[in-house]
Structure formats: structure tokens, C-alpha cells
Design a protein around this ligand. Structure first.
Ligand SMILES: N[C@@H](CCC(=O)N[C@@H](CS)C(=O)NCC(=O)O)C(=O)O
Length: 224
């Protein structure tokens, strides 16, 4: 049975996993979960992901939830013969990737907190512009990593790049200017030039940005 990915194109962790599947050149089938329609709460889907989130991956008899665990699983299972550097089997090299994957959770929380996605979409709130200092802290951390290595955790592409890329991309919702971070800008360009990046990210980002901007315009009109 072909690998099945339960996914939503607006979801950054879903898109990061899709990038891993593409980079490994695996065959897979996409199962869209409509988050706006609440499909993640369907009893059938809860059997796959008990916490009602995307992504989730079904590969034969195993179901894997949590995007970073899915990416590691795919590399552990299929990476050795296809691209061992993506999630290296060497312990020291792998530690650097793991370190970045954990740090990326902090970056994601900070960047999404700044965009205040939940507040803007569900509660008619504004972005958390006051959290700009924390965003700069995150971006400075990333900038320094990218001065040390060609990619976020090594001199080659690793799974940590996909997750970090999908996070930073979200700053485009607010047309965030990365001019103070030249290494990040150059790396974003490199990530964008991968053959599958546009196909995986463009639609979801466009849809998400349009919805987010519409909410901000509504907010401005009501003068809140
Ligand atoms: N830590 C999880 C986060 C998954 C997650 O929060 N997914 C969001 C979309 S980005 C979701 O499914 N939200 C639906 C909901 O909360 O109802 C992962 O990396 O897989």
C-alpha cells in the first residue's frame, strides 16, 4: 500500500513533511483534511490522529503523528539508500539536526505568536506587534546558524531546513522585511529554488495570506 499523508496545505508542518517526501523521492497519496470544515474532529480521523491535528502519515501497518517524528521516520526507513544526509545516521551529525528541530519549535511558537494566528482568525484580534523583539531574537539565532553552515544545521540540506523554511515563510503574511538578515534571505532563496518548493507552498501561502489580510482589513474597518 502506498504511503498516505493526511494533510492541509495551509499547515506549515504538513508542508514540511511534503517537502521531505519529495526530497526522498517517495511515492505517496495525499488525503486532504479540511480544517476549516472541522474534518480533523471526525471520529474516523480521530482514529488516525487522536489529537485531531495534521499532518499524520499511514505507511502500511504504522501510523505516525507529529510532523518532526514523521520526517525522522521517513528518513530512518527510506533515507539510507536515498539521502542519508537528510537525517544523518552519524550520531554527531544527527545531534546537530535534532538540536535545530527542537529549536525550531521555539521559533515556530515565537513567529506564530507574533502573527497571532489564533487571535486574528478566531477572536478578531490584531497581530502581536509588541512581540517584535522576540521575533528578532529568533531570526538572529537563525542568521548565526546560517553564517556557520550553508543550511540551518549542516553544510547540506537536512529535514530541519524544511520545518524552519515553512515557519519563516509565514512572516510573509505581514510582509516582514528580512533586510537585517542577509544569510536568512540567501538561504530562503536557495530553499525556494528546490524543484518542489513552489508547488508545495505557494497555494497554501496565498490562500492563508488572503484570509489573514481579509481579517486584518475587517479589524481596521471596525476600528478595534
Ligand atoms: N506538533 C504538531 C502540530 C500540529 C498542528 O498543530 N497542526 C495544526 C495545523 S498547522 C492543526 O492540525 N490544527 C487543527 C486544530 O487544531 O483543530 C506537529 O508538528 O505535527
Amino acid at each position: 500500500m502506498v504511503i498516505q499523508l493526511y494533510h492541509n496545505r495551509i499547515s506549515p508542518p504538513s508542508r514540511a513533511v511534503l517537502m521531505v517526501l519529495n526530497e526522498l523521492g517517495l511515492e505517496f497519496e495525499i488525503k486532504d483534511v479540511d480544517l476549516f470544515a472541522g474534518e480533523q474532529h471526525n471520529p474516523e480521523y480521530k482514529k488516525i490522529h487522536p489529537r485531531s491535528k495534521v499532518p499524520a502519515l499511514v505507511d502500511g501497518s504504522i501510523t505516525v503523528c507529529e510532523s518532526r517524528a514523521i520526517a525522522s521516520y521517513l528518513c530512518n526507513k527510506y533515507g539510507k539508500s536515498r539521502n542519508d544526509l537528510l537525517y544523518p545516521s552519524d550520531a554527531d551529525e544527527r545531534a546537530k539536526v535534532d538540536m535545530m528541530l527542537y529549536a525550531e519549535e521555539w521559533m515556530q511558537d515565537t513567529l506564530f505568536g507574533y502573527l497571532n494566528l489564533g487571535g486574528v482568525f478566531r477572536r478578531g484580534e490584531a497581530p502581536a506587534y509588541g512581540k517584535d523583539t522576540q521575533v528578532k531574537e529568533c531570526l538572529t539565532y537563525l542568521e548565526n546558524m546560517l553564517k556557520k553552515y550553508k543550511y540551518v544545521a549542516a553544510d547540506n540540506l537536512t529535514i530541519a531546513d524544511f520545518f524552519t523554511y515553512c515557519d519563516v515563510l509565514f512572516l510573509d503574511f505581514l510582509d516582514y522585511d528580512l533586510k537585517e538578515f542577509p544569510a536568512i534571505k540567501a538561504w530562503m532563496g536557495k530553499m525556494k529554488s528546490l524543484s518542489y518548493t513552489g508547488k508545495i507552498n505557494d497555494d497554501g501561502m496565498k490562500m492563508g495570506k488572503a484570509a489573514y489580510t481579509a481579517k486584518l482589513n475587517e479589524l481596521q474597518k471596525t476600528g478595534k
